[in-house]
Write a protein that binds this ligand. Structure first.
Ligand code: UD1
Ligand code: CA
Length: 460
């Protein structure tokens, strides 16, 4: 169900498209459905239907073969009415698992238990004990414990309001029965809505067993209705992710100051300092160390590399690789297509884009390497840059092995610097340089002896 408006989000974005850990809320729910190997997913849309459908297809289409249909619910007359819209696309022989697009953190294992409780024939409800059950549907049981009904908060008697077992909003129900029960719903209740929860009464009347699968992890059924709840669930998600990584041996300086918005894979012996953000696909090799305040997206960082604080790495589609034992940062920026070999050093305020640096190459201070191929052991001086862009096209710079580029040089591409050569500081090079040569391209120094600086005229 993803048709609701989400008024309390106070946002133009449909509620189910708000991101949690970098993915739309609905994306998390779709991932869960996919993890259960659902035969098909039916998404009920209403508010912002076009946007929700487009985002959902774009998000899930990329991951796997998984059949998704959309049905529109307009206007929104309640949860029972929402599920009624899906009836035409549901096969009679299956079990329907009803999920909400705004409840992102349900674990597939929990739902497998719920499906096992349903066993293809029962009505299975996911329930929870709550200290403060206010607002939720209450699970009404007979004296012998058999579930009789769900009563919505607004329809509940004083005695029912005292019940602390609530309905999570998630149920598993045989499709054929569901269709029959939905056809019997009415809206004669406090909210004038078609309540999905009324099907419990029909199941009881028809002699179908209603089983409650009670869990005690409230996060798994927590919904997002406001920015505050979204932030709470974001932290819950991140804490869960942090614990999973720590159980695998990753040392996190502070699990409360750690964010993964994608997939982070860590080999043994990885340590991560505070306030780091990982996005997209990131692989950290054995013994990698990440300093505080780094943002790392779509990158492979090989064994023993050290990323110093405040480094920004974003590989986007091309990716970034950092070779074994490389040192990067502090305050370095690696952009798409940066490929650093083993033991490369990239220091503060150095930007690397679409450039390959072979083993042992160094650019330690204030430099730009773009569209370049840099050989082994090259030393690229402070303040030097590749001028790769002529205003219309990009050109490559090739720096062969063991070249030493002095400080504050401009290498105007396309250009090749021959192996072992040296470039004098302050040079602007526009032509290739021979191997082994010293190349200097700047005005010669002139010194004028006994130079007197201008003086202020004496006051009259
Ligand atoms: C529902 C349950 C309640 C349960 C609670 C758990 C009903 C009648 N009540 O109440 O027992 O404790 O969830 O959170 O089911 N939606 C639609 N179309 C609609 C109405 C809702 O798609 O016409 C969607 C919403 O977008 C949301 C979900 O259904 O994703 C739940 O709707 P909501 O209004 O939040 O239900 P509650 O009143 O909280
Ligand atoms: Ca709700």
């Amino acid at each position: 169900m993803a048709a609701g408006k989400g008024t309390r989000m106070k946002s133009p974005l449909p509620k189910v498209l708000h991101p949690l850990a970098g993915r739309p809320l609905l994306g998390h729910v779709m991932d869960t459905a996919q993890a259960l190997q659902a035969r098909r997913a039916v998404v009920v849309t209403g508010h912002g239907a076009m946007e929700v459908e487009a985002a959902c297809s774009a998000y899930t289409g990329a991951t796997a073969q998984f059949s998704i249909s959309y049905v529109r619910q307009e206007p929104q007359l309640g949860t029972g009415h929402a599920v009624q819209q899906a009836v035409p696309v549901l096969a009679d022989d299956g079990v329907v698992l009803i999920l909400s697009g705004d409840v992102p953190l349900t674990q597939p294992a929990t739902l497998l238990h719920l499906l096992a409780a349903c066993a293809g024939t029962h009505l299975a409800l996911l329930t929870l004990e709550m200290g403060n059950p206010s607002g939720y549907g209450r699970i009404v049981r007979r004296a012998d414990g058999v579930v009789q009904a769900i009563v919505e908060h607004k329809d509940a008697s004083a005695a029912q309001l005292a019940i602390t077992e609530i309905y999570s909003g998630i149920m598993a129900v045989p499709a054929a029965q569901l269709k029959r029960w939905l056809a019997r719903l009415d809206n004669k209740n406090a909210q004038g809505e078609y309540y999905l929860t009324d099907i419990v009464k029909f199941a009881v009347a028809d002699g179908v067993a209603v089983v409650a699968h009670k869990i005690n992890d409230a996060v798994q059924v927590a919904g997002v209705n406001s920015p505050v709840q979204l932030a709470e669930l974001e932290r819950a998600f991140q804490l869960r992710e942090a614990h999973r990584l720590m159980e695998d041996g990753v040392r996190l300086a502070d699990p409360a100051r750690f964010d993964v918005r994608g997939d982070l894979f860590c080999a043994h012996g990885v340590s991560i300092d505070v306030n780091c953000v990982f996005e997209g696909q990131v692989n950290l090799g054995e013994g990698v160390s990440i300093g505080a305040n780094c943002v790392i997206a779509n990158a492979i960082i090989e064994a023993g590399a050290v990323i110093h604080p405040f480094t920004h790495i974003d590989g986007e589609a091309l990716g970034v690789t950092v070779g074994a034992g490389a040192l990067v940062g502090p305050f370095a920026r690696l952009r798409p297509g940066a490929r650093l070999g083993a033991e490369v050093h990239i220091g503060n305020f150095v930007e690397v884009k679409n450039a390959t640096l072979a083993k042992g190459a160094k650019a330690n201070h204030l430099a730009y390497l773009g569209d370049a191929t840099v050989g082994e052991r090259v030393n690229f001086g402070a303040g030097s840059i590749t001028a790769n862009y002529d205003g219309a096209n990009k050109h490559r710079t090739t720096i062969e092995a063991d070249v030493h580029v002095g400080s504050n040089c401009v290498l105007v591409a396309p250009i090749t610097l021959g192996a072992g050569g040296t470039v004098g500081g302050g040079s602007t090079l526009t032509k290739d340089t021979p191997a082994g040569a010293l190349s200097v391209a700047r005005g010669r120094q002139v010194s004028i002896a006994n130079w007197s600086r201008p003086q202020k005229a004496p006051k009259a």
